[in-house]
Design a protein around this ligand. Structure first.
Ligand code: UDP
Length: 325
């Protein structure tokens, strides 16, 4: 297929682009490089530096480009920032997605796979989160992603777009020369590995009084290679005129302490962990049901938490300061 990957200079987008290229697709990456990394754009992909907030630039890429589909990652994704500056999320995420849809419609691009999130569900107090769980975002990040999901449903109904939203839980690991490099880094596994490498003195455990087996918060971690594979399946299975939503999880949760212990085992390093108060807005447990993804996409994660931590550790050692360092 001839595909456009927006946000293909970011962590997940670059790895999806890499997998698409590996199976012979023709890939163009569109990224503003606001938070993405030029070095992360896989070799073999065409690259366009453009911002989705510039409709003329987006139109110019799509118009006459012959694209058969778009995989849309380009977005802001820091929950804390979204609470302090919601307008950045409404504009960057929602207006950006609307500009993309306008350009796709004008160019007749038939399918879209969208990077959605478990943040659309808010803080559900259930063991396994299905797609039937009510939408109840608790921050502007989740609101912006849910709004885009709804735009896609309307677009599919009105104009026949084949649309799929993939709702991520916790994504980790690395894939060859591509890995996770955020500024600021807020995610548990990269921070634990920085503590293992000694580039930070310790890692914080946010909350030890949760109603979970060891008192720390439980999350559903999926290897980025497994997650990327789901996007390819979604591109193949998207149905014209439909918007489908799939949770991408493993149905298995790990606590913060279990993640840190896994990292100690994988790295052989001590890793100093300091117990701190809960981080605002962190629910006790978020674990995804994946029956719908199994049935609808033929997808299930294959890699373990140990695989994620090992692959992220190998990448971290090759890129101790991240891309460009
Ligand atoms: N966490 C932690 N210390 C950190 C970063 C995260 O204890 O330095 C916890 C966080 O409270 C959550 C889990 O690790 O329970 C995963 O956090 P992350 O930010 O990686 O992803 P989130 O689940 O917030 O999307």
């Amino acid at each position: 297929m001839r595909l456009l990957v927006t946000g293909g200079a970011g962590y997940i987008g670059s790895i999806v682009a890499q997998q698409l290229l590996a199976r012979g697709d023709d890939v163009t990456v569109l990224d503003s490089l606001y938070r993405g990394h030029r070095e992360a754009v896989p070799e073999g992909a065409a690259f366009v530096e453009a911002d989705l907030l510039d409709p003329a630039a987006v139109g110019a890429v799509l118009d006459g480009g012959g694209f058969e589909g778009v995989v849309h990652f380009a977005a802001l994704s820091l929950v804390g920032e979204s609470v302090e500056h919601p307008e950045r999320y409404w504009r960057g995420n929602v207006v950006g997605a609307l500009n993309l849809l306008d350009a796709m419609r004008a160019a007749g691009v038939p399918r879209l796979v969208f990077s959605s999130t478990a943040a659309t569900y808010g803080e559900p107090a259930v063991d396994l989160i299905t797609e039937e769980e009510p939408n109840a975002p608790v921050n502007a990040y989740g609101n912006s992603k849910l709004t885009i999901d709804r735009m896609l449903a309307d677009e599919a109904r009105a104009h026949g777009l084949a649309a799929v939203s993939l709702r991520y839980f916790n994504v980790a690991g690395a894939s060859g020369r591509l890995g996770e490099d955020h500024t600021p880094e807020t995610h548990l596994i990269p921070l634990v590995l920085q503590a293992a490498a000694g580039t930070r003195p310790s890692v914080a455990i946010f909350g030890t009084d949760y109603p979970t087996p060891d008192g720390t918060a439980v999350r559903d971690y999926v290897h980025v290679d497994d997650l990327a594979r789901a996007h390819i399946l979604a591109l193949e299975k998207a149905v014209p005129g439909r918007h489908d939503i799939f949770n991408l999880g493993s149905e298995r949760g790990y606590s913060v302490r279990e993640v840190i212990d896994t990292a100690r085992a994988v790295t052989g390093r001590e890793i100093v962990a300091l117990e701190e108060d809960r981080r605002a807005g962190d629910p006790p447990q978020l674990v995804a049901a994946n029956a719908r993804a199994r049935a609808g996409l033929g997808w299930a994660p294959e890699k373990s938490l140990e695989d994620m931590v090992r692959d992220a550790w190998v990448w971290h050692q090759a890129h101790p300061g991240g891309y460009g360092a």
